[in-house]
Design a protein around this ligand. Structure first.
Ligand code: GLC
Length: 513
C-alpha cells in the first residue's frame, strides 16, 4: 500500500459498499461475482474510494442472500473461489484500495455443519452453540418476534424444543455465551486477516448476546426502524468480546478495522462500543432514517459528533445501503428526489469522518418497483407482502447503455432490470459534467479530510458548516440562501453563483482575509 503505515486510514475514508450479487457478473449466470468486481476495480479507483465493503460471498443457501452463512472460511461457487478472492484483494491493494468483508456472527445458516449436527443429534456438543429452549404452554418460549415478520422461535419437532432466530428460520441464532462459538469466530477472523483483509463489517453487531432470562420484549406497532426497544440484546458481555476482537485485529499490521452495524438511535449507547479499545466505527443510521429536514439533520449530526467525539471515535455518514429504499426515491423521486440526492452528496462528503456510498448511489439510481412474481426478499414472503422488502434497492447495476442487461451479465439477471436505464448507466454518465457520477467523483476527490468542524449560523431550513477553509452550505427548504463568500469549489446544480436555491448545496473555499 502506498500510504504511511501509521495513519488510521479508517478515520476519514470514503467506503464503497458492493452488494456482490448485483455488482458485476463475469460468467453469465445472472449473479454478480468476485471476478466481476475485480474487472471493475479501475472504475472504483476512478471514483476515488479508499475502501470496499463486500457483502457476504460465503457458501450459503441464499435464504437471506448470503446473510445465512454455511461456511465462514470459503467462497460460494456462484461467487467464485478463494483464489478469486485472493486475486481481487491483491489487485485492489495494488491500486491502493482497501477491502473489508462482512462477518455474520449473530446467526449461521441452518445448513451450517454446526446446526445440522445440532438438529440430527440432540446430544451433539454443537447443539450448545445455538439457543434451543423448551416451549411454554404448548407454544414457543416467549413472544419474541423475528425482524422479518412472524415468531422468532421455530419448533425442533424431534425434541419438542424451539430454536431462536431473530431473522428467518433458516438463520438460527448462535449462543454467544458458549465458549466454542467465541473460539470459532476468533479463528474465522484470523483466517481472513491472515489472507490480508483490511477489516470487517459486523452484521447486527449489537445483537450477539441475548439476556438469558428471555425477558418480555414486545414489538412496537409499527415496527420502528431503530432497535433501541430490543432490551434483551445489547448485553454487557459484548464489550469484553469486542475488546478481544480489537486485540486480534491489532496483532496485524496496517490498521485492520471493524465497523459494527448497530441499529439503534441512542448515540451515547453506540459510543460505548467504539471506545478506543473496542470497535473502530459504527455504521450510522442517523441520516439514513432522517427526513430531508435541516433542523432534524442538524440535531442528528450534533448528537452523533458529541457522543462519539467524547470517546475519540469518528462518525460514519450513510444515506443508502442494501436494506433501505434508494435515496432519490426516499426524497420524493423524480426531479425533486434527484435534486435533493445531489445536495445530500455534498453533505455526505462535507461532514467530518468516514462516508459509505452504496453501489448505484453514485448513479442516482431510484428504487425499482420489482414485479411481485420476481420478488426474492424473505421479508416480502414472511410478511405476506405487507412489507415490500429490499429487492428494489438490490437490482443489478447498469454499466452500459444497452438493454436488456446493461453490461451487468450476458445471462438473465437474478432480479429484472428496468429497461429504461440507458441514460443512468455508467457509460452514459461518464464524462458528462452534470451527471450524478461526475458529482460523486468530484466530491470524493475534493472533500475535506483532516480539517476540523464548526457550525456557522444560518437561516431556518438551511445548514452551513466549515471544515478548515472549506464551507459547506445546504439549503433544504428555505426560499434561498446566499452563497457564502469565497471561491466556489463545487455545487450540486449548475448555475449556483450568488444564491443557493432550495434542495441544493455548494462548497466554497474561504478567501484569505
Ligand atoms: C443485517 C443485514 C441484512 C440482513 C440481516 C440479517 O441487517 O444488513 O441484509 O438481512 O442483517 O443478517
Amino acid at each position: 500500500m502506498t500510504e504511511e503505515p501509521e495513519r488510521e486510514w479508517w478515520r476519514d475514508a470514503a467506503f464503497y459498499q458492493i452488494y456482490v450479487r448485483s455488482f458485476q457478473d463475469s460468467d453469465g449466470d445472472g449473479v454478480g461475482d468476485l471476478q466481476g468486481i475485480r474487472s471493475r476495480l479501475p472504475y472504483l479507483k476512478q471514483l476515488g474510494v479508499d475502501a470496499l465493503w463486500l457483502t457476504p460471498f460465503y457458501p450459503s443457501p441464499q435464504a437471506d442472500h448470503g446473510y445465512d452463512v454455511a461456511d465462514y472460511t470459503d467462497v460460494d461457487p456462484q461467487f467464485g473461489t478463494l483464489e478469486d478472492f485472493d486475486a481481487l484483494l491483491a489487485d485492489a491493494h495494488e491500486l491502493g484500495i482497501r477491502v473489508t468483508i462482512d462477518i455474520v456472527p449473530n446467526h449461521t445458516s441452518d445448513q451450517h455443519e454446526w446446526f445440522r449436527n445440532a438438529i440430527t443429534d440432540p446430544e451433539h456438543p454443537d447443539r450448545k452453540r445455538y439457543m434451543f429452549r423448551p416451549g411454554v404452554n404448548g407454544g414457543p418460549p416467549n413472544e419474541w418476534t423475528s425482524a422479518f415478520g412472524g415468531p422468532a422461535w421455530t419448533l425442533d419437532e424431534r425434541t419438542g424444543e424451539y430454536y431462536l432466530h431473530f431473522f428467518t428460520p433458516e438463520q438460527p441464532d448462535l449462543d454467544w455465551h458458549e465458549q466454542s462459538v467465541q473460539e470459532s469466530f476468533e479463528e474465522i477472523l484470523r483466517f481472513w486477516l491472515d489472507r490480508g483483509v483490511d477489516g470487517f463489517r459486523i452484521d447486527v453487531a449489537h445483537a450477539l448476546f441475548k439476556d438469558q432470562s428471555l425477558p418480555p420484549m414486545v414489538e412496537p406497532v409499527p415496527r420502528p426502524p431503530f432497535g433501541d426497544w430490543l432490551n434483551a440484546l445489547m448485553q454487557p458481555e459484548l464489550h469484553p468480546l469486542y475488546r478481544r476482537w480489537r486485540q486480534v485485529a491489532d496483532e496485524y499490521p496496517g490498521h485492520r478495522m471493524y465497523v459494527g452495524e448497530i441499529v439503534i438511535e441512542n448515540q451515547e449507547k453506540i459510543a460505548t462500543y467504539v471506545e478506543p479499545d473496542q470497535l473502530h466505527l459504527s455504521f450510522n443510521f442517523g441520516l439514513l432514517f432522517e427526513q430531508w429536514d435541516a433542523e432534524r439533520m442538524r440535531s442528528t449530526i450534533d448528537r452523533t459528533l458529541t457522543a462519539l467525539g467524547a470517546v475519540g471515535a469518528p462518525s460514519t455518514w450513510v444515506f443508502e445501503n442494501h436494506d433501505v429504499t434508494r435515496l432519490s426515491t426516499r426524497y420524493g423521486g423524480g426531479g425533486l428526489g434527484r435534486r435533493r440526492a445531489r445536495a445530500a452528496a455534498l453533505l455526505l462528503f462535507g461532514l467530518p469522518g468516514t462516508s459509505f456510498t452504496y453501489q448505484g448511489q453514485e448513479l442516482g439510481l431510484e428504487e425499482v418497483d420489482v414485479p411481485q412474481e420476481a420478488r426474492q426478499d424473505p421479508i416480502f414472503f414472511r410478511t405476506n407482502g405487507a412489507r415490500a422488502g429490499r429487492d428494489g434497492c438490490r437490482v443489478p447495476i447498469p454499466w452500459t447503455s444497452e438493454p436488456p442487461t446493461f453490461g451487468f451479465t450476458t445471462g438473465e439477471p437474478w432480479l429484472p432490470m428496468p429497461q429504461d436505464w440507458s441514460a443512468v448507466g455508467v457509460e452514459a454518465q461518464d464524462g458528462e459534467p452534470t451527471s450524478m457520477l461526475e458529482l460523486y467523483r468530484s466530491a470524493i476527490r475534493r472533500r475535506p479530510r483532516h480539517e476540523g468542524f464548526a457550525w456557522r449560523e444560518s437561516p431556518q431550513g438551511t445548514m452551513i458548516f466549515e471544515r478548515g477553509d472549506l464551507v459547506c452550505a445546504v439549503n433544504f427548504d428555505a426560499t434561498e440562501l446566499a452563497l457564502p463568500d469565497g471561491e466556489p469549489v463545487l455545487a450540486s446544480e449548475p448555475g449556483i453563483t450568488t444564491t443557493i436555491p432550495a434542495n441544493t448545496a455548494a462548497w466554497v473555499r474561504k478567501g484569505t482575509t
